[in-house]
Each structure stands twice: as C-alpha cells, then as structure tokens.
Write a protein that binds this ligand. Sequence first.
Ligand code: 5GP
Length: 175
Amino acid sequence: MADRISVMLTEEEIDARIRQMGEEITKDYEGKELVLICTLKGAVFFACELAKRIDLPSQMEFMRCESYGNSDTSSGNVKLLLDLDQDIAGKHVLVIEDIVDTGRTLSYLMEKLKNRKPASLKLAALLDKPERRVIDIKADYTGFTIPDKFVVGYGLDYAQNYRQLPYIGVVEVVD
Ligand code: 5GP
C-alpha cells in the first residue's frame, strides 16, 4: 500500500520564504558576485528556486558528499563524490543545503571549502533540525526550523522516492 504523507510545509509557504531569503541574500552581497554551491541531490530544488531569487551575478556549482559507516559513532565518515569545476580562492561562496541535521556532512564540507581560501563562505539551508545537532554548525540563512521528524519532498527523499513533491511532508509508513 502507498505511504501516507502529511504536509508540514506547503508549496506556497516554501516559495514565499525562499523569495524572502533571496531578497536578504541580494541585499547582503550587494555589488558582489557569488558562487552558489548546490549540494546533490537533496538541495537541487531549493538551490534552483533560491538562485532565481538572488538578483546578483552568480555562478552555479555542484558538490556531492556521502556519509557512510555508523553515523552514530564518528564525525569523520563523510566522503566527497563530486567536486567543483572551479577554483574558489578569493570568491564569495554560498553553500546551498537542503537540511542541517546532525551537522556532520556540512562541517566536513565547509571545512574543505574553507581550506580553499574563498573571500567569504556562508551557508543557506532550507531546513534546520536543531534537536538532532551533534556538531555545532549554524546556517547563515535558514528557511524553516522544524521538529525532529524525517521529512521528504522538495528534493528530500525516502529511499530515493518523493524528491519531486512540491511540498515538505512527513511519511507515515503504511504496511
Ligand atoms: P547531517 O550530516 O547534518 O546529519 O545530514 C545531512 C543530510 O542528511 C542531509 O543533507 C539530508 O540528505 C539527510 N537528512 C537529514 N535529515 C533528513 C530528513 O529529515 N529527511 C531526509 N529525506 N533527509 C534527511
């Protein structure tokens, strides 16, 4: 039987918030150029919508990390599967992430990027689950702070399904 999905954030709520975030980012980086880094796969929907709302010259790059092993025991179990095409030294870089959960993936990624000496490095996340945090990391721009629930939609998957949903919801598994 199909899983039931209860809506947590509607498409309209998400779009309105992304529009606000875009305006804020546009203001903060006035007169500058940006390199937007979308993390695959989950952030792709958010990154496209946000990029459209940032009224600045910008370039779009993609990275992909994978967590492996027992995520409850170590903070080092992340590896890079896809890297940037360009050198970011001296550039203003904004990482676009779907969700900050434990913070492990992002702390790995941000550290890697920081070592490449960008002029600035910030983070925009659509969702934040602060209750789950293991590593102290905070996005500079956060769409929504949500409770500790496993969410899908708007790029986020459950076993690679549901990414295409235009809203964010919680899966209720039906047997
Ligand atoms: P972290 O390293 O912060 O624990 O995990 C970040 C990654 O875990 C996210 O980029 C996302 O892919 C995945 N993740 C964390 N929480 C959720 C969730 O509620 N739903 C889905 N679909 N993925 C999640």
